[in-house]
Design a protein around this ligand. Sequence first.
Ligand code: HEM
Length: 282
Amino acid sequence: MDDTRAAPVEPTAYQRFDRYNRLLHGVLMFSFLGLAFTGMPLLFSDAAWAVRLAGLFGGGRSAGILHRTFAVLLIACFVLHVWRLMHRLYVKKELEVLWGPESMTPQPRDIVEMLAHIRWFLRLGPQPRFDHFTYWEKFDYWAVFWGMGIIGGSGLVLWFPEFFSKLLPGSWFNIALLVHGEEGLLAVGFIFTIHFFNSHLRPDKFPMDPVIFTGRVSHHELMEERPAEYERLQRAHRLDEIEVGPAPGWVPTLAKFVALVAVTFGLVMVGLIVYAVLFARL
Ligand code: HEM
């Protein structure tokens, strides 16, 4: 019997993030790390490490200039992201931006999947069958989106006090300083622990998930981690549309390096903050 038929070739990978989103995420990472490392020395200015860290940037004044430079980058990222969403919605009429499996809008299925996930953690039920975005990915996204408005808005008030003094009562400047520092601390705490854990440090992904750098997931990953998406695309004969070849060899290597540096810097910053809080800013 002739058994030389070739086994079906498994597609190498599927596209999850396009170049625009990968680039924006790269700039977001870089600017956020820069803002954290130039902002935290101001918030913990009585800690010895803060003085040394600000010294690495050339002192408090140049740390402030760098902080504003990173802020411009982060605001640009935010504007470009919202601009693209608006373009997809109003020009390309892609209503799926607002609702459906590929939308970031929280939907009833997210609550159902979250409860099912908790049951699965407790060994009380099967693992939920996730689609394109999971409930925790939406949570991470909205935490940053909402945080940007608060941190960016209060940061601009601190940056341009003369202008805002024409619009706001004086007490708002004290509130802006308080809100900016505390929200900055919350953002740093959230991104450098929960977001890092969700994306890189959880057992399925440890030590890191290169998807946001390569933009690709393997056939196996898509089927295992997002079975509802895989089946939905298969039913609609849309898998071919997102099939891509492997990333050039240097991309995963660079991705691992960049992610390792970012995670290490983030965890060091969390360590410094915990140290400053526990040891009375020694
Ligand atoms: C995105 C737009 C942002 C703008 C326009 C902005 C602007 C500013 C300005 C003008 C200051 C005062 C700096 C000085 O006195 O030299 C400041 C302080 C600070 N920023 Fe930002 N910032 C932004 C984002 C962030 C982010 C994302 C973080 C956290 C990662 C952050 C953390 C801080 C902290 C902790 C302080 C010190 C607050 C204090 O002294 O109590 N900032 N920011």
